[in-house]
Design a binder for this molecule. Structure first.
Ligand code: FES
Length: 131
């Protein structure tokens, strides 16, 4: 019930897609090796909502997060490569200036928490079921 299947076959490295799940946008991002490396290199002590990259990712290189800013619920920018992605290369919320990193973790600005990781599972190498 209320799950959404996503075909990630055509999401190239460095690209992302947005799908709707239970009325919310979910960001599915095919991270580059550099983005993954950056996410893993951050010491937990630098994080407002400390979580390792590994704890937020089921299968590399895919990062899957709910695209709703944890401040007041705007949709952050960064899904298109031409979007502003903030100071940490992930997403930037233009409403009040929250910056998220390449693991979707809050790094700067008023948002208190990381972008949420929804329930999901890989049904195959190219199919993800959200919810
Ligand atoms: Fe995103 Fe306020 S809603 S910074």
């Amino acid at each position: 019930l209320a799950s959404t299947d996503v075909d990630i076959t055509h999401v190239a490295e460095g690209q992302a897609v947005t799908v709707m799940w239970r009325g919310k946008p979910v960001f599915v991002r095919h991270r580059t090796a550099k983005e993954i490396e950056e996410a893993k290199a951050v010491p937990l002590s630098e994080l407002r909502d400390p979580q390792t990259d590994q704890a937020r990712v089921t299968r590399e290189p895919w990062l899957i997060v709910v695209g709703v800013c944890t401040h007041l619920g705007c949709v952050p920018l960064g899904q298109k490569s031409t979007d502003p992605r903030g100071d940490y290369g992930g997403w930037f919320c233009p409403c009040h200036g929250s910056h998220y990193d390449t693991a979707g973790r809050i790094r700067r600005g008023p948002a208190p928490l990381n972008l949420a990781v929804p329930e999901y599972e890989f049904r195959s190498d190219t199919q993800v079921r959200i919810g």
